[in-house]
Design a protein around this ligand. Structure first.
Ligand code: HEM
Length: 197
């Protein structure tokens, strides 16, 4: 399978990044919503928080790689004959997704960097992922205000992303079952793609 995208389908790099990020975002949405409701006294809370942070920071790195790859490697065009409004909707959804998968982890990282506790993130227990120095060095009172702002932003963007995922999946199913074109297949490894897009 080709590494780069072609006019017919996505290449192996774009597909790997797409599915890795999709799975990680889904896991982290579930984990985030679950752990945020745990009582502070719950003994597993700390472990869930560290795992959530490590997965989220991985999403940040993968998303930046994905954006870079996208910029140097054009994606296959949408099929001809699609209604202009659907084209616009599709492009807009993808653009907002790129924003979300970078902004959500950044807001999370900014939140923990602003915590007065000042603890770095033990990245999957392998090494210490530093806090953002500019935020970590602010006065304590400012940091406490910032935690609130970044937590609200983090949670709001995550909630909006749940709706966005719904739209994205509906779009994929529309292509697969109503239009019966290759738009979903060309993102799935090992599938046959015939449509000249
Ligand atoms: C794709 C990446 C991420 C997603 C989808 C995500 C999603 C979420 C969600 C849904 C919540 C629950 C919010 C609520 O309703 O209160 C949450 C909480 C949290 N997230 Fe993330 N997150 C991501 C990345 C990160 C990163 C990179 C960090 C830090 C390095 C982080 C740190 C936290 C913390 C500390 C909380 C708990 C806040 C609290 O309740 O005190 N997250 N996240």
């Amino acid at each position: 399978m080709a590494i780069r995208n072609s006019v017919l389908r996505y290449g192996s790099v774009a597909m790997t990044l797409h599915w890795l990020i999709a799975a990680s975002v889904l896991v982290n949405l579930g984990l985030g919503l679950y752990m945020a409701d745990l009582p502070r006294s719950d003994p597993s809370r700390f472990m869930f928080f560290q795992t959530h942070k490590s997965i989220g920071l991985t999403v940040l790195v993968l998303s930046l790689l994905r954006l870079g790859w996208r910029l140097v490697n054009p994606i296959p065009p949408l099929p001809r004959g699609m209604h202009p409004l659907l084209r616009l909707g599709s492009r807009a959804t993808h653009f907002i997704f790129y924003f979300m998968i970078i902004a959500i982890p950044l807001a999370g990282w900014a939140m923990v960097s602003s915590s007065p506790l000042g603890l770095a993130t033990p990245y999957f227990g392998l090494f210490s992922w530093p806090n953002i120095p500019f935020l970590a060095d602010l006065p304590r009172a400012t940091k406490m205000q910032n935690v609130d702002v970044f937590l609200t932003t983090h949670a709001l963007l995550a909630d909006l992303t749940i709706g966005l995922i719904g739209l994205h999946v509906m779009g994929a199913l529309y292509h697969q079952f109503l239009r019966r074109d290759d738009v979903l297949r060309r993102m799935i490894p090992g599938t046959q793609v015939n449509d000249p897009a």
